[in-house]
Design a protein around this ligand. Sequence first.
Ligand code: NDP
Length: 419
Amino acid sequence: MSRVLIIGCGGVASVAIHKCCQVSEVFSEICIASRTKEKCDKLAAELAPKTKTVITTAQVDADKTEEVIALIKEYQPDLVMNIALPYQDLTIMDACLACRVNYMDTANYEPENTDDPEWRKIYEERCEREGFSAYFDYSWQWAYKEKFEKAGLTALLGCGFDPGVTQAYCAYALKHEFDEIETIDILDCNGGDHGYPFATNFNPEINLREVSAPGSYIENGKWVEIPAMSIKREYDFDMVGEKDMYLLHHEELESLAKNIPGVKRIRFFMTLGQSYLTHMKCLENVGMLSTTPVMHEGVEIVPIQFLKTLLPDPASLGARTVGKTNIGCIFTGKKEGKDKTFYIYNVCDHQECYKEVGSQAISYTTGVPAMCGALMLLTGKWNKAGVYTVEEFDPDPFLDALDKYGLPRSICENPVLVE
Ligand code: NDP
């Protein structure tokens, strides 16, 4: 029996909320709080007749720590699930510390305004020191480690699919399959088709920032940075077929390099269609991906936010998306002195997700792990004070929960390796 405050009511949060309501014996009470309360009320009204979970709703601007504190004080949750945007990670963590409540999210911190001079200075120092230039990184949230330890609280970072399940796959490989992992390739394939020439499957601003950034990977403990989309491979994915995929920077590379001892190389690949890439390049060239405000006929607008208004809402893609996703990790390494390869992945069908929770598979593959991560914290299966990423916990109960609640694992002992 527990009380959970869920902040955000977009595509991913809506799936997580559906799934929490399927596990009422643990999620006995939830409060859905977001900037636009009407969305929370609509979802609560839809779910209330179908669940034993008691649902309440609230309005909150999570950019304002004091508003989150007031809400936590009023609702008294056992856990705060941040499924809003990465911009709110730090304000919500501050509120959790102030109110002594556990925290989790699905994506690591990045600032909304990348022109802020104070942030920019720290960012440029980090680029110089670490050697990668993505706007997001773990340093901001890892800086809270001591504070969470001292308060006896847990902060679970990045508990979606990637980051999230991919790191649990790494912990599983280390625990059960290898004595030593040498290389990890994370492969994120979306074989779905929504029929639009251009749309993003999750928040457009976060998605386009991620994909248009320079790529990078870890080789022998160091970052190697490459121009965006400059490493392309083809891979034949189980249940999906052949797809082009591109090497991207991704947040879990940073934590895996720290937590998987001896790993020599870690790469992340995502499949992207030609139509998506052509549209993205064009939008970038005309300045539509910029986060810097501009004046338009006397009104200040942020180009990428205006673009978000024009694009289809990712939460609305469910009905029209067909096909499957296939996301997982390929490992090479040693077991009992012998070379070994191992591939663990999940295949998820867009239309099956839509039938179950009314959304496409990208939101589903993120929202289900968020619920399962919360389940681990609330049932005490993951229980240590501090700030942690998923691979730092026992993967077994988490992967068992994913098998049970909609994202079962598949395993291949001799996969085709990525060149
Ligand atoms: P959406 O844009 O669909 O939803 C975001 C939600 O957050 C909306 O309900 C929005 O409210 C709310 N919100 C935004 N700002 C605030 C604020 N200041 N205060 C309160 N609520 C706010 O995003 P998604 O559901 O697609 O993504 C959610 C998160 O999941 C993101 O952090 C994303 O990066 C992450 N993600 C992680 C993945 C993984 O595998 N780990 C994969 C995909 C996404 P409003 O309706 O008013 O705008």
